[in-house]
Design a protein around this ligand. Structure first.
Ligand code: NAG
Length: 270
């Protein structure tokens, strides 16, 4: 069933792009181009009244209902465990956690996360089933879109995962989002995917630190004004604002994207 849906949705996505949702079949909407963004994945808070696009963790609620002032994006860690979910994964789906030849989990030590194993079609299908359930919960709460994170795990998998493995997983995820009436963002991987993103099914982009790494080009070409950029240093933010602030939403956040009650909280926009 999901395979059929995926094939059909390539056409739907094209309709959305061409006719801005005029088709009755296009049940998901795209974010407002250059709409002021806020990134709240480290904790939700009331955004400024001028914010038009916000991303929050899937366990949070959206800012408002669908079709209202704020376009709500639901953050889902689709290629790694969240640190506080490791016990759940070990208890319920240990076979979907990536292990190396010594049997050790392969992870992202800096963030306390374990990579999910996308190496076989069977595992990808199992992962998609879990993620589709989470996407459905996002849709049920009123989110408009999905931000799937850590698409690039093949680059730090000790050589175990290939880019092709993850692209195959991305195709399942974009289809699952669209089937749940949600748009889906290409998160980062701007140079890695190049022009591939839209053909995989991504609708817009959320990109971190592309100023720092000089890699904003491919997503800007692919998604135009529907690129939402987060920079984490004032110098990168200022440079990004000068380069692109008139055409896309660029924001400055603190590294841990803390809520506005935190002493480390930083938010600026242009
Ligand atoms: C597996 O990972 C552990 C922990 O990072 C490491 O010490 C070990 O050398 C790895 N084994 C292989 C075969 O790569």
């Amino acid at each position: 069933m999901r395979i059929r849906t995926r094939a059909a949705l390539v056409a739907v996505a094209t309709v959305v792009a061409c006719a801005l949702g005029a088709s009755a079949a296009a049940a998901y909407t795209l974010p407002p181009g250059n709409g002021q963004f806020d990134y709240q994945i480290g904790g939700a808070y009331n955004p400024l009244g001028t914010v038009r696009v916000a991303s929050r963790d899937r366990l949070e609620n959206p800012v408002d209902a669908r079709g209202r002032a704020v376009y709500d994006v639901c953050y889902v860690n689709t290629f790694q465990t969240q640190p506080d979910e490791i016990a759940w994964w070990r208890a319920n789906h240990p076979e979907l956690l990536l292990r190396n030849a010594s049997g050790e989990y392969v992870g992202d030590p800096a963030w306390g996360e374990i990579l999910l194993d996308t190496r076989t079609a069977a595992k990808r299908t199992a992962l998609e089933g879990i993620m589709a359930g989470w996407f459905g919960e996002c849709a049920g709460k009123g989110f408009d879109a999905i931000e799937p994170d850590n698409l690039d795990t093949w680059t730090r998998s000790e050589g175990l995962i290939t880019k092709a493995n993850n692209v195959a997983m991305m195709r399942l995820l974009t289809a699952a989002a669209h089937a749940a009436d949600l748009a889906i963002a290409q998160k980062n991987v701007s140079p890695e995917l190049g022009s591939q993103g839209p053909t995989i099914g991504f609708d817009f982009s959320i990109v971190e630190s592309c100023q720092v790494y000089s890699e904003c080009g491919p997503v800007l070409t692919n998604y135009g004004s529907r690129v939402y950029e987060i920079e984490y240093t004032t110098s990168a933010f200022n440079a990004a604002c000068r380069a692109r602030g008139a055409t896309i939403s660029v924001i400055l956040r603190d590294r841990y994207v803390t809520p506005d009650t935190d002493p480390d909280y930083v938010y600026d926009y242009c």
